[in-house]
Design a protein. Structure first.
Length: 324
């Protein structure tokens, strides 16, 4: 058995995504062959309820309850997952994360070459200063991540994501209490988009423009993707949109062949919408995100969770672990 596990770890990479919601914690575990890439395999999907009052928005009020839920979740992992190196990523709520994209020229002198690791390292003080300015919080109280945008619509921009260290440390402490080592923290919208783009690569034609829509606790986020590139985005509620219908029309102004929908879809009812209404409004098919698209590792899986669109964030987090 030890030899078999050693061989398995040499040929497959395992990763888990953890999404802490207001009423439950969600876990998705994936694996993929290391060298040849190949299809992503679903190893585990699980949900564990949280005690009422454990969360208050982005704030973890009862760390003990969250830690207990995490222990219960990871106890459900198949033996193969528990005996291998497991990269674990956790989501940070959108409401607790500030994300901005600014031209690189604002961060660096035009006379300085922005190439190579040394030049990128030289940008870091400017990035921290900008994050501090926009967040209105001193830099020692912030946790900041940043990257140079590569998409055509924002070429030459630096995208900065920041949250308070208290939010970050609370999640790390809950994970540590459950015996989990986190390798990454990622924003909910980014993780959901990663999951939907992966689903689109399996279900849609590569050149078909589509909209990816995620319903979170603090609103609806949408992206328009054409030729595998994000060419537009929206968020609702927002001052520029009178209602959700207006935001969706603006997102799909150039037309989309399909919508991939995920997240807390039932929350759409609070603004008088359903998944079917989105399809009628945009004149296209709406496909809910499903973990069931992926082959499993031969372990028993809960059928009721395989088609649960709320698992998209956890799925996208696990994908990040496979990619890194």
């Amino acid at each position: 058995m030890a030899l078999r596990n050693s061989l398995m770890s040499a040929v497959r990479r395992f990763a888990a995504g953890i999404d802490i919601g207001q009423q439950e914690v969600r876990l998705v575990t994936l694996s993929q062959r290391v060298r040849s890439g190949g299809p992503v395999r679903l190893e585990c999907v699980a949900i564990e309820p949280l005690f009422a009052g454990a969360m208050a928005g982005a704030e973890i009020v009862n760390r003990g309850a969250v830690g207990s839920a995490l222990r219960a979740l990871f106890a459900q992992l198949p033996r193969e997952c528990r005996t291998h190196v497991l990269r674990c990523a956790m989501a940070m709520p959108a409401s607790a994360t500030m994300t901005i994209s600014i031209p690189m020229a604002q961060l660096a002198s035009t006379s300085r070459s922005i190439a190579g690791d040394h030049a990128l390292a030289a940008l870091e003080p400017a990035v921290m200063a900008e994050a501090e300015r926009v967040a209105g919080i001193e830099r020692h109280a912030l946790a900041v991540d940043w990257f140079i945008e590569e998409s055509p619509r924002c070429s030459g921009c630096v995208t900065i994501a920041a949250t308070t260290r208290t939010h970050l440390e609370a999640r790390m402490e809950c994970a540590a209490a459950a015996g989990i080592t986190l390798t990454a923290i990622d924003g909910e919208p980014h993780a959901a988009l990663r999951a939907m783009r992966h689903a689109a690569s399996l279900e849609l034609d590569v050149h078909e423009p589509y909209a990816a829509i995620w319903v979170g606790d603090d609103g609806v986020y949408g992206w328009r993707i054409a030729d595998e590139v994000v060419v537009g985005d929206m968020r609702y509620p927002a001052p520029e949109h009178a209602d959700l219908a207006d935001a969706l029309r603006d997102l799909a102004d150039d037309g989309v062949g399909c919508v991939i929908l995920c997240g807390q879809v039932a929350l759409l009812e609070s603004v008088g919408f359903t998944a079917a209404d989105i399809g009628d409004l945009l004149g296209c098919l709406v496909l809910p995100f499903e973990c069931a698209l992926h082959g499993d590792g031969g372990h028993p899986l809960r059928n009721d969770l395989l088609c649960e669109p709320a698992l998209a964030v956890a799925f996208g987090l696990a994908l990040r672990g496979l990619m890194e």
